[in-house]
Write a protein that binds this ligand. Sequence first.
Ligand SMILES: Nc1ncnc2c1ncn2[C@@H]1O[C@H](COP(=O)(O)OP(=O)(O)OP(=O)(O)O)[C@@H](O)[C@H]1O
Ligand SMILES: [Mg+2]
Length: 121
Amino acid sequence: MSVLLEVRNITKTFGGLAAVQDLSLAVGKGEILGLIGPNGSGKTTFFNVISSFLPPDRGQVIFDGREITALKPHVVTSLGLARTFQHPKPLLELTATKTSALRPSCETAKARKRPKLPGKF
Ligand SMILES: Nc1ncnc2c1ncn2[C@@H]1O[C@H](COP(=O)(O)OP(=O)(O)OP(=O)(O)O)[C@@H](O)[C@H]1O
Ligand SMILES: [Mg+2]
C-alpha cells in the first residue's frame, strides 16, 4: 500500500506544555486510521497541525508526496486533505442540504470538473 499521508516527528507546544511530542505516523491510500487518547492528550492539536491550522514547532507533514507543513489551510484543502471540526460551527442561514452542498468548493481541481450542483452556491 502506498503512503498518502506521512507525519514526521511533529512537536507542538503551548508555552511550557508539550501538546504533541515527536509524533510520527503514516497513512496508506485507502487506509482508515483512528487516533485515540484521553482528554487533553493532543488529538485536536495534531489535526490542527496536519491541516495547517497551527504551525508545528518541529516536524514535517507530507501529503501525496509533497511537503505541506508550511502551506495555508485553504491550500492544503485544495490539494485534497480536508478536515471536520470537533465543535461544528454550522452556517445557520443554510439548510443541512445546502451546507452539505458546500463541500465541492473544497475539493481538488480534478473534482471541480464534475457537473455543478443546482442552486446558488
Ligand atoms: N490554543 C491553545 N493554547 C494553549 N493550550 C492549548 C491550546 N490548544 C490546546 N491546548 C492544550 O493542549 C493540550 C492538548 O489539547 P487538545 O485539545 O489537542 O487535546 P485533545 O486530545 O483533542 O482533547 P479532547 O479529547 O478533550 O478533545 C491540552 O492540555 C490543552 O489545554
Ligand atoms: Mg479534541
